[in-house]
Design a binder for this molecule. Structure first.
Ligand code: 5GP
Ligand code: MN
Length: 316
């Protein structure tokens, strides 16, 4: 069983690094910090390397121990969490240079790029997979570990609202409440707190939003200049894609965000009931989940918009 092999790899490794996807969300950071705390119980002092993340996550236990980079070049073991492909992994050279690699993820589009891959596309969050993994390792889930895991579950399920939530999601939540984890507090800090820059970007995004295809599709965007104007920091674009999806009758919400260095736009798609946006994004080299996916396309706003719309129309 893969989990026995994973535990074996962890036990023999001396230097371990934990990595996750770029533009990390609550599931990415929560799973990384939870894994670090569990490894500590196994007497392994692992490095979590995440170059940048939203300051809204500063409440998480162990966040101050995150490193931007490391002097160690060749780790014995690299663990990638919540990341579907190597291309998206932040600081991927530590993964590429590690002697052994493990991937734990919940994306259906996962490329299985580790020596050992534990992928469950049915799970609503990588953090929920880790609940099962840690139980299998017979590790006690402490309050601190619980806060990290709950953060991933709350953010990836949009506060228990998205498809994919399971009986286990609620059983685990109940168990954590008994341990004293304050669920409304995590909910407030992750989903209900907006930075001022995020609010200002929301105004721009709403103002520019086009409703297309007989009201079934929305399109909106932000440029790097917009982000400079509002003083945006990492993570301040989070949630902007959800605005269009919540409009009555909309099936696909398209949000694009400029990346000048790569001369194009980072694409985010969300769908309501039936369009598989992961399949749509696979058409231009991205991926994700059925109802939330992304990718990257080179070109101007208009070029990128047309390229996505072409694929979205086929899927409507
Ligand atoms: P978001 O729109 O929040 O950036 O991403 C939504 C989902 O799509 C996430 O689960 C994320 O992992 C996935 N995703 C976003 N961008 C990419 C990408 O460029 N490639 C792949 N494979 N998945 C992506
Ligand atoms: Mn996730």
């Amino acid at each position: 069983m893969t989990l026995d092999e994973i535990l074996k790899e962890i036990k023999v490794a001396k230097k371990i690094v934990i990595l996750t996807h770029e533009s990390p969300d609550g599931d990415a950071i929560g799973s990384s910090l939870a894994m670090k705390l569990v490894l500590k119980k196994l007497e392994k002092d692992a490095d979590v390397i995440i170059p940048e993340y939203s300051r809204l996550f500063n409440f998480l236990p162990g966040i101050d121990q995150i490193k931007k980079e490391s002097d160690i070049k060749n780790y014995d073991l690299a663990i990638s969490l919540d990341c579907a492909d190597l291309k998206r992994l932040a600081q991927k050279e530590y993964f590429e240079n590690a002697k052994r690699t493990i991937v734990i993820d919940h994306h259906g589009s996962n490329h299985m790029y580790g020596d050992l891959n534990y992928v469950n596309p049915v799970s609503p969050a990588c953090c929920e997979i880790l609940v099962g993994v840690f139980e299998y390792f017979q590790m006690d889930i402490t309050k601190e570990i619980g806060i990290c895991l709950m953060t991933g579950i709350i953010t990836d399920t949009g506060g228990f609202r998205h498809i994919g939530i399971t009986p286990e999601t609620f059983e685990f939540t109940a168990e954590l409440i008994r341990k004293g984890v304050n669920i409304p507090d995590i909910y407030k800090k992750t989903l209900r707190t907006k930075t001022k820059a995020n609010f200002l970007l929301t105004k721009k995004v709403m103002d520019r939003m086009e409703i297309l295809e007989d009201g079934k599709v929305t399109f909106t965007y932000i440029t790097m200049r917009d982000e400079e104007e509002v003083g945006a920091e990492p993570g301040d674009h989070e949630g902007l894609v959800d605005i269009g999806r919540d409009i009555e009758g909309v099936e696909v919400s398209i949000f694009i965000r400029q990346n000048k260095e790569e001369n194009g736009y980072k694409v985010s798609l969300r769908s309501g009931n039936h369009v598989n946006v992961s399949d749509v994004c696979l058409m231009f080299g991205g991926g994700g989940h059925q109802r939330a996916a992304g990718g990257f396309i080179q070109g101007t706003v208009e070029q990128v918009k047309e390229r996505i719309l072409k694929e979205v129309r086929k899927a409507l």
